[in-house]
Design a protein around this ligand. Sequence first.
Ligand SMILES: *Cc1c(COP(=O)(O)O)cnc(C)c1O
Length: 398
Amino acid sequence: MSSNSPDFFGQLEQQLQQREDNHLMRKRHTLESPQGARVVVAGKSVLNFCSNDYLGLANHPKMIEAFTKAANTYGVGGGASHLVCGHTTEHHRLEELFAERTGRDRAVLFSTGFMANLGVITALLDKPDAVFEDKLNHASLLDGGLMSGAKFQRFLHNDMSSLQKRLDKTEARRKLICVDGVFSMDGDKAPLKELAAIAKNNHAVLMVDDAHGIGTLGKTGMGLCEEQGLTQDDVPILMVTLGKALGSFGSLVAGPDVLIDTLIQFARPYIYTTSMPPAVAAASSQGLLLLEEESWRRTHLQQLIDYFVAEASLIGLPLMPSSTAIQPLLLGDEKLALQWQKTLLDHGLWISAIRPPTVAKGTARLRITITAGHSTEDIDLLLDVLKKLNRSTDAGAL
Ligand SMILES: *Cc1c(COP(=O)(O)O)cnc(C)c1O
């Protein structure tokens, strides 16, 4: 390298500048209140339409009570990894509760969903194997597939013939198909019945990451598998996160005994990390109980979603096809998405602009999320501002 090329940090500066120039710079906003339909940012109260706290449980009195009670019993820190001395009754109770509710043999608790996906895929696959992933899968599923060393293949989004074509060509020892249940940036659902059939016909195993389905879908809130009537036999590897609709933090993987035993022995992000605070696990268990006790939250959420979709179509908003709490408005251009975000915030509405590389180039969008904490009036306010924005070609003119 020549002496006048930038040094290590100089190169990073250039990379950051480029991101800024391309309207792709990410910024953090500091929250001064608990999660909820209304939050305080920079001293201003705003309506929150970008949280994944879909059921409004993150600040629920019973969640706080469960958390506090467990903290009084177990203290704060987990103290060690699960295989050393960090596995408490609270962690264990959560695993058992989830396995029971989802009709799975067993479950194991990971500290985050990202770690669970890395841990599962790398523990199950190696070089002679193959992993088949939907193009729009979450980053953690994609990274897990890449890290595993298995042959990594992506198929077109929700396209079963694209998947079948790839399966036809493989001679891999073990075959794993991985999908998001509800796609995190699009809000649409994976065709689980078809995927389960394809997996069976091709001697592959299906793994579903139901981060956005758990809590919000299914009669008892057990997610997309429950909604579509799929059992452990159809979806042998079920992964869910606890930081979204469940209002807490962490992740569970459920399935047959052999899966759970393998993960406990071989999943590195499980083995080599400190267990989460027991109080967090206790709050998650409480969240699971609330899915049943307060099923009205799910009903109310679905009513708000249906209302939003119907009204938004009437006024011609560029909605993407979704019937879930994730309702993206496709704007295409990054700069335009940022403009809309800013105008919305000026009107007291907080919605996040999602840009590449999180989504494909030319598909920048506003990712609107609706929660059970919202009211019809909140949705009307949102629709009102979006309607005005949609009419004015220049968002700045509003
Ligand atoms: C949020 C999310 C994860 C990561 O879960 P964390 O517990 O937040 O690390 C994994 N998969 C999907 C689809 C997600 O949306």
